[in-house]
Design a protein around this ligand. Structure first.
Ligand code: YXS
Length: 262
């Protein structure tokens, strides 16, 4: 039996549209949904799409609930290792040879927040909110993920988002430069696709190379081997902790987590 279609993909006038449509799971970034998303991007790369709009269904209350918590490992493996679906998705967006525009309605949670911030442009309806949630679950976010946040907002804003795990409104996100535009919900599609068509009408090679230059420059942060190993050791202490297991279990049991700092 084929897997249900969790992602829809369409391309017209050199602009691709990828729609998340796993509403009953609030578009949680499960391995299967990410597989379909990555396949959609591969198809658009084949078709040489010159811009891509990534969206949920019109009127969505939740753009994406983030990493699929039921797939977070509790056997001592790094929950955000190189081959984790979320890491794979972020790299696919960053490496896609044309701008990806996140068109956001509703809540963006956890790993979905990083996914949206890894997009090249973000246009949001006033209903959009952005929450970075590792602290809510006891998850030790990974280094490249933290760099995605640091490239999207100033250090103090990143600290507030990761320490509180509280959603940031679209209005405040725009004011902080976290997103490009907030537009009324009824204008969101026209605005986003007009932006996409404007990009698609420009020289695709120039746009693609400038995107890649900016990716390389934005990722050019010195970190010594000792520094990286220290971070990985600290992260292992977290994902080996009782608090991490408690955070995941509490989510699955639909109850508040009780963290004891061990
Ligand atoms: O109870 P059923 O079986 O109907 O399933 C419910 C939820 O359990 C499920 N669901 C999820 N399943 C797996 N992973 C998720 N992230 C997830 N989120 C939701 O979807 C069904 C409907 O959810 P429900 O009833 O809660 O919907 P709602 O409309 O009342 O509330 C929507 C949300 C998004 C506010 C709520 O579902 C929620 O708070 N979800 C979790 C948001 C979150 O904390 N995401 C972070 C995931 S962990 C992650 O991304 C990274 C590892 S990290 O944390 O490091 O950033």
């Amino acid at each position: 039996m084929n897997a249900p279609e969790l992602v829809a993909c369409h391309c017209a006038d050199d602009v691709g549209t990828v729609t998340l449509q796993h509403d009953e799971r609030r578009n949680a970034l499960s391995a299967e949904l990410v597989r379909q998303l990555v396949a959609a991007l591969a198809g658009l790369r084949e078709r040489q799409a010159r811009a891509v709009v990534l969206r949920a269904r019109p009127g969505a209350k939740v753009f994406s609930a983030g990493h699929d918590v039921t797939e977070l490992p509790l056997d001592g493996r790094d929950p955000l290792g190189w081959d984790d679906p979320l890491r794979h998705l972020v790299r696919e967006i960053e490496n896609f040879p044309a701008p990806v525009i996140a068109m956001v309605e509703g809540g963006v949670w956890g790993g979905a927040c990083e996914t949206v911030l890894a997009c090249d442009l973000i246009v949001a309806a006033p209903s959009a909110t952005f929450a970075v949630t590792p602290a809510r679950l006891g998850v030790p976010y990974n280094v490249s993920g933290m760099l995605t946040f640091l490239n999207a907002a100033g250090l103090r804003i990143v600290k507030e988002m990761v320490f509180t795990a509280r959603p940031v409104s679209a209005e405040r996100a725009e004011r902080l430069g976290l997103i490009n535009h907030v537009v009324p919900a009824e204008a969101l599609e026209d605005f986003s696709f007009e932006l996409a068509r404007t990009i698609a009408a420009n020289a695709p090679l120039s746009v693609a190379v400038m995107k890649e230059q900016l990716r390389i420059l934005a990722g050019a942060h010195p970190m010594t081997p000792q520094g990286f190993e220290r971070v990985q050791g600290l992260r292992r202490m977290v994902y080996d902790s009782e608090d991490y297991r408690e955070g995941v279990r509490a989510f699955l049991e639909k109850r508040p987590a009780v963290f004891r700092g061990r």
